[in-house]
Design a protein around this ligand. Sequence first.
Ligand code: MLT
Length: 404
Amino acid sequence: MASINNNYLKLPGSYLFSTIGKKVKEYSENNPDAEIIRLGIGDVTQPLAPAIISALHSAVDEMGNAETFKGYAPDLGYVFLRNAISEKDYKARGCDIEPDEIFVSDGAKSDCGNIQEIFSTDNKIAVCDPVYPVYVDSNVMAGRTGEYDPQTERFKDVIYMKCTKENGFVPELPEEVPDLIYLCFPNNPTGMVMNKTQLQEWVDYARKNDSIILYDSAYEAYISEDDVPHSIYECDGAKECAIEFRSFSKTAGFTGLRLGYTVVPKELTAGGEKLWPLWARRHGTKFNGAPYIVQRAGEAVYSAEGRSQVKEQIAYYMENARIIKDGLVEAGYEVYGGINAPYIWLRTPDEMTSWEFFDYLLEKANVVGTPGSGFGPSGEHYFRLTAFGSRENTIRAIERFKKL
Ligand code: MLT
């Protein structure tokens, strides 16, 4: 008799952003005249940059010609893209990452969710609290988290590292040593960052304890301050203890196109075994490569034209972040993030719970955000807004906030 993977039954009813989507759909069906502004899921709204569109068009033409047609992509991704990544994202920042250490994929979400497969189910994970739900959910599915305790709203076998205003939303080194440490900086959901010294402490801790850091750097393009590392490989010794995930989604508006990559250094080991061959094996078995046309679009992000167009787009979103942040401060809110990341993390007024504030904001202002508690218990009484809306909607949303 077939039976299911019981670990799935331990998961919350639905993925956070699906729950929000359902709630908003229900509200708009009951209130068809409501002009809803969505600043919930971090999805981009600006069209792809012209250099990217032009690369897509040329690649489509190549696919329509027998001479230039491409079938399956190479396992790790096309060399033209891996070379560009290695040069522009790493070597230009003094990080010695070779093209062979880069695995191109269809996005950081899949890689962050799948990477746990190459580690033993006995490994103990540590996550920030609040946290991007994918890290925990994928480990629940793998049976690595133990039972869920509704009292504490936590899984028994997970180390939760609180990120609160008291510690500047930067986790402290855990006393109980984890095997796998998930870190995401600039942070989703708080929008806060670690400086180089703080990140170096994590690298030193991981090396000392033989832990592996799974470093999600999906928002690095939004960093505006000098002392904030763009890559964990800017820290000494990180190649011995860290895997890094990057995404074209937020950097260049690829949420619908899908492209990302993971760096697994050749020398990185766990329990004496090299991790690169394991991830290569997994990639080869379960993934047939990101589409050629999308990889060409990714390459265009690194051209002189592409870089300057993408930079403009990022500046546009960060101006939205400034508008949100300043507007909320003016309206009397306690606000964090929004300087090195496209997320604004605000304290809910009058001790409202995050979901109470979600409902209140939806009903009274027709604005959608993400309840902080959806990212973990330490997110309770917080709320996340994204800067990825259009300028017009961002301004309108803040005007509505001010009228509340
Ligand atoms: C978010 O809103 O947290 C992100 O858009 C989700 C994601 O990148 O998968």
